[in-house]
Design a protein around this ligand. Structure first.
Ligand code: 8YV
Length: 328
């Protein structure tokens, strides 16, 4: 007798190739339109599925997990960050959580470099001139930015993505510095030509560019708070392709408006789509709509990872990308 297929509920539209493969393998419920599920829809999903496939736009908190039926055994997140999932409560309820690390590292690191360049070389200002039809031709002093080669880059969070940023930035001639919960092994530091700072305050005060690449956890919440942001040099630039909660967005906005910091490149925001409106008015700020990992290749590979995690679980093994509270 063929065994019953796992019932899998996917909360958002995924690339066609991923949805097609999910349909072949599982009794899958796919989303019709590309909007996040409402709370009611999420409750219905956790009450019917064996496996839930959420994304960053779903809040899988203790309240929701409390409404899950006994059937729900795996939350196979489509994404690397799991800050929207209460992993500890899921574990207490015997529900496994997995994610999709590794496959979005390079794309996110590319976007980090894109933001560093866009801010320091004033690309959006150039684009605005062209789009308005205001360009009067080349001028020796027009739109002068700064050269990134030789500048000090301070990477906050030296995991996979931080290290990928380090490699790229070194190729652009930047000097690599980092702060991390744990210092890297000497051979990795050497390979990355990276200087470790035990004190985040001291690193922040000496950098030309800060790149936020740590996950959002209770201990990284507002790691870049008003006090620490004030330590930045006035010529410094900050970029964030990780999670908005790591920076106090209002404090950053105030400093940008006051000219106390040179610029910012943000792909993520403290309150999701509810962005501080003042940020949008600033010419030295580049804002992107959380698209750091948005490549078709990356999205398909994320889907493949989700499928491997579900299949492995179905075969009664630990999903290869299981996340446990002690990892966070
Ligand atoms: C993902 C991300 O696209 O994986 C992450 O942690 O931040 C994004 O780049 C998103 O989370 C999908 O759920």
């Amino acid at each position: 007798m063929p065994r019953e297929r796992l019932s899998v509920v996917v909360t958002r539209r995924l690339p066609d190739a991923v949805e097609a493969r999910l349909k072949e393998l599982f009794d899958v419920t796919l989303r019709d339109d590309d909007t996040p599920m409402t709370r009611e829809e999420l409750i219905a999903a956790v009450q019917t599925a064996d496996v839930l496939v959420p994304t960053v736009t779903d809040t899988i908190d203790a309240g929701l997990i409390g409404r899950a039926s006994e059937k729900l055994k795996l939350i196979a997140n489509y994404g690397a960050g799991v800050d929207h999932i209460d992993v500890a409560t899921a574990r207490q309820r015997g529900i496994l959580v997995s994610n999709t690390p590794g496959v979005l590292t390079d794309d996110t690191a590319d976007m980090t470099m894109g933001l560093i360049l866009a801010v320091t070389r004033r690309m959006p200002e150039g684009l605005a001139v062209m789009q308005k039809g205001d360009w009067q031709g080349w001028a020796p002093t027009a739109l002068l930015g700064g050269r990134i080669a030789g500048r000090r880059l301070g990477i906050l969070g030296m995991g996979r993505i931080g290290q990928a940023v380090a490699r790229r930035a070194a190729a652009f001639g930047m000097q690599i510095h980092y702060h991390n919960r744990r210092r890297l092994r000497p051979e990795i530091e050497e390979d990355l030509h990276a200087t470790y700072w035990d004190s985040l305050d001291q690193m922040v005060a000496r950098m030309d560019v800060i790149s936020v690449n740590c996950p959002s956890t209770p201990s990284t919440f507002h790691l870049m708070n008003a006090r620490r942001l004030k330590l930045l040099k006035p010529e410094a630039v900050i970029v964030n392709t990780s999670r908005g909660e790591v920076i106090d967005e209002n404090a950053l906005t105030r400093m940008l408006r006051a000219g106390e910091i040179a610029g910012a490149g943000l792909d993520v925001y403290e309150h999701g789509t509810d962005i501080n409106p003042r940020l949008r008015e600033l010419p030295n700020v580049v804002l992107l709509p959380h698209m750091g990992s948005a490549t078709i290749e990356g999205r398909i590979e994320m889907g493949e990872k989700v499928i491997i995690n579900i299949k492995t679980f179905e075969d009664s093994h630990r999903p290869p990308d299981q996340v446990v509270p002690s990892m966070l």
